[in-house]
Design a protein around this ligand. Structure first.
Ligand code: GLN
Length: 304
């Protein structure tokens, strides 16, 4: 497969198309990002990297961090995790309160906000220093010691985090949050504030594609069966109420964040990350989705 040629062709074509969508502005610190940044990085399980565009610039990974959070919580709790959070697609926005009320405080899945709040709560209960454990894990899996939280972004989100606070309050009323609401919020906003480049993000997700290697990073271990489950959750829930659309158009498990990042994996083959800050109404990067649709169309290869 000539990934270099395919990636370059996609980049040129998408970059030349008319800008569409808007940079997310409900987290004031993220509204400052230059809207027309664009990068694609693909790493194969054999170790080759193909990248083009703004692939060495850091951006806020936001909800993509939920996959790392899930990996830590699943590694610690195993299947008992599913007593606290379901594994069904939500068909609703990532921060919707309505469904959570109907379903008595048990989130539909770990990749919507209330799901990630429950996982954050579990890490606060289980670990002495969940902040440090989270950083150690993401540093190890990217092989980059400098990966860190962005305190400004975390603070900026916390200042206006009323909706996340309401979701956590609602779950606390149903007994599905053990720790103090403020502690859960603070940890959740920190993990969302982690910054990575496209290349680092693609590297971080390679272990979810590379099933031949044991998954063991900074003490976080997952079995092949657990990785299979995380990938299934990404396919069904990684793009919130646009997960069906992403599976339909792209056909790969993946995860988006409102910082404009998308990462997807083709099991046993590659991991690919895109960054373009202009997002659509569902919170997913428009150029990123377009580029990945072109990738699976041109390679004629997806999980289907
Ligand atoms: N931190 C953001 C929030 O909680 C993450 C949302 C996202 O990336 N979809 O609203």
């Amino acid at each position: 497969m000539d990934f270099k040629q395919i990636i370059t062709g996609i980049y040129d074509e998408v970059k030349a198309s008319a800008p569409d969508g808007k940079v997310s502005d409900y987290i004031p610190e993220l509204a400052k990002v230059e809207p027309d940044k664009f990068g694609i990085a693909l790493i194969t399980t054999k170790g080759s990297t193909f990248s083009i565009g703004d692939v060495e610039e850091k951006f806020s990974i936001q909800s993509i961090a939920k996959v790392f959070l899930l990996s830590l919580a699943f590694s610690i709790r195993g299947d008992s995790l599913w007593e606290r959070v379901n594994v069904e697609p939500s068909g609703n926005p990532f921060n919707s309160v309505v469904q959570l009320e109907y379903e008595k405080g048990k989130p539909r899945n770990p990749l919507i906000n209330p799901g990630a709040h429950v996982l954050s709560d579990i890490l606060l209960t289980e670990l002495n220093d969940p902040y440090e454990a989270f950083l150690q894990f993401v540093r190890k899996i990217t092989g980059t010691r400098s990966i860190d939280f962005n305190e400004k972004v975390a603070k900026s989100e916390k200042n206006l985090g009323y909706r996340n606070a309401s979701l956590i309050n609602l779950m606390k009323s149903y007994g599905n949050i053990e720790n103090h609401i403020d502690a859960v919020l603070d940890f959740y906003f920190h993990i969302c504030s982690v910054e990575m480049t496209c290349e680092q993000l693609a590297k971080a997700f390679l272990p979810y594609a590379n099933l031949a290697q044991p998954f063991d990073f900074a003490g976080v271990t997952l079995t092949r069966s657990q990785i299979k489950r995380i990938n299934a959750i990404m396919l069904m829930c990684g793009f919130y109420d646009e997960s069906g659309e992403f599976a339909f158009k792209v056909g790969l498990p993946g995860k988006s964040g409102i910082g404009g990042g998308i990462v997807a994996i083709n099991p046993k083959q590659f991991s690919v990350a895109t960054w373009s800050p202009r997002i659509n109404k569902k919170g997913n990067s428009i150029f990123g989705m377009r580029a990945l649709e072109m990738l699976t169309t041109r390679t004629e290869d997806s999980i289907f």
